[in-house]
Ligand binder design. Structure first.
Ligand SMILES: *[C@@H]1O[C@H](CO)[C@@H](O)[C@H](O)[C@H]1NC(C)=O
Ligand SMILES: *[C@@H]1O[C@H](CO)[C@@H](O)[C@H](O)[C@H]1NC(C)=O
Ligand SMILES: *[C@@H]1O[C@H](CO)[C@@H](O)[C@H](O)[C@H]1NC(C)=O
Ligand SMILES: *[C@@H]1O[C@H](CO)[C@@H](O)[C@H](O)[C@H]1NC(C)=O
Length: 358
């Protein structure tokens, strides 16, 4: 039997796991209290120390090599886009106004320079006027933002746009031909997000799962194999990525059929096919402030998204890593835990009531 292995998702690299451990600074090390992150070239470890108080934070980004000092936490001045909630005009992007607690931008036919100028369900067209988004099933798109929020453009650069169609997101079955599969191996037109390119043709993949049970520690991508995708007759490898743990372990990235990923896809699909997604500007349909305004399951979706996208980095985190490196993820995790506690105590009350009525 011939099995095709698609080299997707991965950059082939002969290097074995060359990860460094992430360790917590202890008080007897006498590290300056304002240094929150540094690499020690002698022991080849990253050292982490949470900042002294909540007025400062550690501006560390992934794979930092020079020491990082705690900085004053500034509240980011985020401005709401057309469609998003506001209390006064200053909350809205320049050019939109706060009307009935919603930022209102330009309407059909009004002049625009960017999509951000236009109201929900519109985009800034080639004629620099806001115009209606293209419906799913209709042609004429060259990018996703031209399509209604529930749809994406099946287009590859250089193609004749009069033939490129807006199609519902997460609607295409495994094996369906699509216009483009980016190097990431992700195309959200496909039900499983996974796509592959074979002999110059792009296909949607299936919801494949990892061969081994997750989490999988790895030395290279060959440890990160999926089960066979029966629609494309091959299997996939995922990246073996360094984690943020004290053992310098690397972990395999997830496949779309692995449970957390599968849950993320389901929630994303629920949001994109909801009525509420149409309340967002065309560029704000994804995880972010607009979804937070209108989607009841925002916290869970944001959590699942991070879970899937930084999966190797959240494994075996020590407390200092949770606090300094993966602040957003563990913050959302805490919110989920708190919600679960509230809802399970509610459930206990309900079952108690049910007991009385039997
Ligand atoms: C896999 O790892 C390579 C190298 O670190 C990176 O450039 C690429 O974006 C990763 N791919 C995915 C899908 O995470
Ligand atoms: C770096 O590591 C070496 C070897 O373990 C150790 O002696 C030294 O104190 C460390 N320095 C810092 C600043 O952590
Ligand atoms: C918080 O820590 C910073 C940095 O060490 C320090 O400058 C500041 O005075 C501290 N603030 C409080 C309220 O302790
Ligand atoms: C997507 O576009 C490609 C290239 O134009 C085309 O071959 C394919 O049939 C389209 N897919 C769907 C589901 O319409």
């Amino acid at each position: 039997m011939k099995i095709l292995a698609f080299a997707l998702y991965i950059i082939f690299s002969t290097a074995q796991n060359a990860c460094s451990p992430y360790k917590c600074v202890t008080t007897n090390m006498n590290v300056n209290k304002d240094t929150c992150f540094y690499f020690n070239h002698t022991d080849e470890a990253y050292w982490i120390q949470p900042c002294p108080n909540a007025t400062v934070y550690c501006p560390v980004s992934y794979n930092e090599n020079s020491p990082i000092q705690c900085e004053a936490a500034v509240k980011p001045t985020k401005q709401a886009w057309p469609g998003e909630k506001c209390t006064n005009n200053d909350n809205c992007l320049p050019g939109s106004t706060c009307n009935g607690n919603i930022c209102v931008g330009k309407t059909v036919g009004e002049a625009c320079t960017d999509n951000s100028d236009c109201n929900p369900q519109l985009y800034c067209g080639a004629n620099k006027q806001c115009q209606q988004q293209i419906l799913a099933g209709k042609t004429g798109c060259t990018n996703d933002f031209m399509c209604v929020n529930s749809a994406l453009c099946n287009y590859t650069s250089g193609q004749d746009p009069s033939k490129a169609r807006c199609l519902n997101a997460y609607s295409l079955l495994p094996g369906t031909i699509i216009a483009d599969c980016p190097v990431s191996g992700i195309n959200p037109l496909c039900i499983a997000e996974l796509c592959i390119q074979n002999n110059g043709i792009s296909y949607c993949g299936d919801k494949v799962v990892s061969v081994n049970s997750i989490p999988i520690t790895c030395n290279s991508y060959v440890d990160c194999m999926s089960l066979t995708d029966r629609f494309v007759g091959g299997y996939y490898y995922s990246n073996c990525s360094c984690g943020y743990n004290a053992d310098a372990s690397a972990y395999c990235e997830l496949f779309p059929g692995d449970q957390p990923y599968s849950r993320y896809l389901t929630l994303k699909q629920i949001w994109l096919s909801s009525q509420e997604v149409n309340l967002c500007n065309t560029e704000r349909r994804d995880i972010g402030p607009c979804m937070q305004n209108y989607f009841a399951d925002y916290v869970e979706l944001a959590y699942q998204y991070l879970y899937v996208s930084i999966y190797p980095k959240i494994q075996a985190n020590t407390d200092c890593v949770k606090e300094v490196m993966n602040t957003n993820f563990w913050g959302l995790w805490q919110k989920i835990v708190d919600q679960d506690e509230t809802s399970s105590s509610l459930l206990r009350i309900i079952s108690l009531i049910a007991l009385y009525f039997i």
